[in-house]
Write a protein that binds this ligand. Structure first.
Ligand SMILES: Nc1ncnc2c1ncn2[C@@H]1O[C@H](COP(=O)(O)OP(=O)(O)O)[C@@H](O)[C@H]1O
Ligand SMILES: [Mg+2]
Length: 327
């Protein structure tokens, strides 16, 4: 394994008041190597976004995090003071989200928004920032950058806005790009283009990527390793090929089985997804969070102490049951 850029150990995030606090993230551990693309996959509400936010210590109001460590290049982000945290957010980590509208200023031309990042975070002067912003527009595949520089966010398509978001996120050449459901709102073709762009920039800039999706198809396409999340836990972690070919946790297997497949006629088959609902916040007090939806569950699963066990080289699973080879 290459150098480790990010290592999260035993991350817990909770909400609520004093003795009424409930855990939304329950002891998540994962790592991202230098230049590596790591996926976070799981149904909505599994704690993916909160886990990402812990990396820049930017939680929603009321959220509290504790962790043994959240190491970024060997430094614990929990120990950063205000200035160091601001620098960490500005230089080390770039973030893109599902909805670029929430991050782009509707009243400002997109070129100016990119240039502003370069002035504020890189310290370029006005002229240099404009030149660099134009070059970034070109890098993210926006044609006629001179013209598009002057456009307002609402004048662009969803895919174009997402490209602008990526330009802003990579403007400071961050060491880690966090893409949280960044392609979810896009049609399949645009989604593929944006994923290609992320992978190309990763190579060119030499950055690592933490890629969040509820869609295993997306994860399988671009990730080196993947952490499968459920109910605030990582239930399986390892090389993406291993996990797709030999899923060890019943939840991972169910998730893989629910990927829509393309029939030869080109018709998209919708699978029914996983029967039942993920647990709601605070519902799981002990045992395996997947127990009520798991076809392999026994009584012991209701009380077991969740821990990751090695099931292959660099491949760990939180389920004590061996479910044999993949589907
Ligand atoms: N601002 C908040 N206030 C209270 N609970 C929250 C808040 N944000 C998230 N949560 C809880 O944490 C869970 C995980 O959230 P999140 O990390 O956004 O999930 P994901 O990104 O996997 O869909 C949510 O289902 C919700 O119960
Ligand atoms: Mg999310």
């Amino acid at each position: 394994m290459s150098d480790i850029l990010l290592r999260i150990e035993n991350l817990r995030i909770s909400f609520g008041k004093d003795d009424r606090r409930v855990a939304a993230v329950n002891g998540v551990s994962l790592e991202v190597g230098s230049g590596e693309v790591v996926g976070l996959v799981g149904e909505s509400g599994s704690g993916k976004s909160l886990t990402c936010r812990s990396v820049i210590r930017l939680l929603p109001p009321g959220g509290e995090m504790t962790a043994n460590r959240v190491l970024f290049e060997g430094v614990d982000v929990q120990s950063l003071d205000r200035d160091a945290l601001r620098a960490h957010r500005a230089h080390n980590v770039g973030m893109i989200f599902q909805d670029p509208f929430s991050c782009l200023d509707p009243t400002k031309r997109i070129g100016e928004q990119i240039a502003e990042t370069l002035r504020v975070n890189v310290g370029l002067d006005r002229e240099a920032a404009k030149v660099q912003a134009l070059s970034l527009l070109e890098d993210v595949g926006i044609s006629s950058p001179e013209r598009r520089y002057l456009a307002y966010p609402h004048e662009l398509s969803g895919g174009m806005r997402q490209r602008v978001m990526i330009a802003i996120a990579v403007a400071t050449k961050p060491k880690l790009l966090i893409a949280d459901e960044a392609t979810t709102a896009l049609d399949v073709t645009t989604q593929a283009q944006i994923l290609d762009l992320i992978v190309r920039l990763r190579r060119e800039i030499g950055m690592s990527v933490l890629l969040v999706s509820h869609d295993f198809g997306v994860i399988a396409q671009v990730c080196d390793r993947v952490a499968v999340m459920y109910g605030g836990y990582v239930v399986e972690f390892g090389p993406v090929a291993d996990i797709c070919n030999r899923p060890q946790h019943p939840y991972t297997r169910a998730l893989l089985d629910s990927i829509p497949t393309i029939e030869s006629a080109g018709q998209r088959i919708r699978r029914d997804g996983i029967p039942g609902q993920p647990p709601s916040l605070g519902e799981i007090e002990q045992g395996c969070p997947f127990v009520n939806r798991c076809s392999y569950a026994s009584d012991a699963c209701r009380t077991l102490e969740l821990s990751m066990r090695e099931v292959g080289p660099g491949h760990t699973s939180a389920c004590p049951v061996t479910i044999g080879s993949g589907s």
